[in-house]
Design a binder for this molecule. Structure first.
Ligand code: AMP
Length: 208
């Protein structure tokens, strides 16, 4: 399977990706995760990306495209991949297309998780994760168990201000990517409102 998991910040891409990876043995390419790892490692890329990420802005296309193109060339992507959080701009979609054409492979699915803006801010500001396991929780909708509650952390860009910037970027720069894939007839839209289990059932049905 070669697919893109698409949707606004806080749509549940990370949560659904983790569930899908239990079923489909493909490589998971989350540019957000890769960039956060680069920031943590203090690499040149991480230093260049950190400010943009904290403000909720997009990291420049060239940096992200280089990262993804390099990653797609690694052997584990031969069995399939799930892109998560990429492409986020039309130039990124074009760079991806060129890379795939050169490699002689085609995307099979762009799965869009649809969640209204009004819900996104509540989802994002309440989001917490367990630094030890990577599990994602929500203070209200999916509270961490007592033994984990003391160690959960909030992402630096999960503040309300950065969230509103990220949402604005999504509508201005990321949704214009969709017509490109609509023209190829590979887009499926899934209602992302509901419990994680409800959404997973819809996602699996859409993939089937
Ligand atoms: P995410 O974990 O997907 O919400 O990404 C967190 C942050 O990383 C975003 O707000 C951007 O600053 C940066 N980022 C992740 N993916 C991309 C991308 N494809 N293009 C530009 N910036 C990105």
């Amino acid at each position: 399977m070669r697919m893109i998991l698409f949707g606004p910040p806080g749509a549940g891409k990370g949560t659904q990706a983790a569930r899908l990876l239990e079923r489909f043995q493909v490589a998971h390419l989350s540019t957000g995760d890769m960039l956060r790892a680069a920031v943590k490692a203090g690499s040149e890329l991480g230093q260049a990306a950190e400010g943009y990420m904290k403000r909720g802005e997009l990291v420049p296309d060239q940096l992200v495209c280089d990262l993804v193109v390099e990653r797609l060339g690694q052997p584990d992507c031969e069995k399939g991949f799930m892109l998560d959080g990429f492409p986020r701009t039309v130039p990124q979609a074009e760079a991806l297309d060129q890379t795939l054409v050169r490699a002689g492979i085609a995307l099979e699915l762009v799965l869009v998780l649809e969640v209204p803006d009004a819900l996104i801010v509540e989802r994002i500001t309440g989001r917490r994760s367990d630094p030890q396991t990577g599990a994602i929780y929500h203070l209200k909708f999916n509270p961490p168990p007592a033994e984990v509650a003391d160690r959960v952390v909030q992402r630096a860009d999960d503040t309300e201000e950065a969230c509103r910037t990220r949402l604005a970027k999504y509508h201005a720069e990321t949704t214009p990517v969709l017509p490109f894939y609509d023209a190829k007839g590979i887009v499926k839209r899934v209602d992302g409102v509901g419990t994680p289990d409800e959404v997973t059932a819809r996602v699996i049905a859409a993939i089937a």
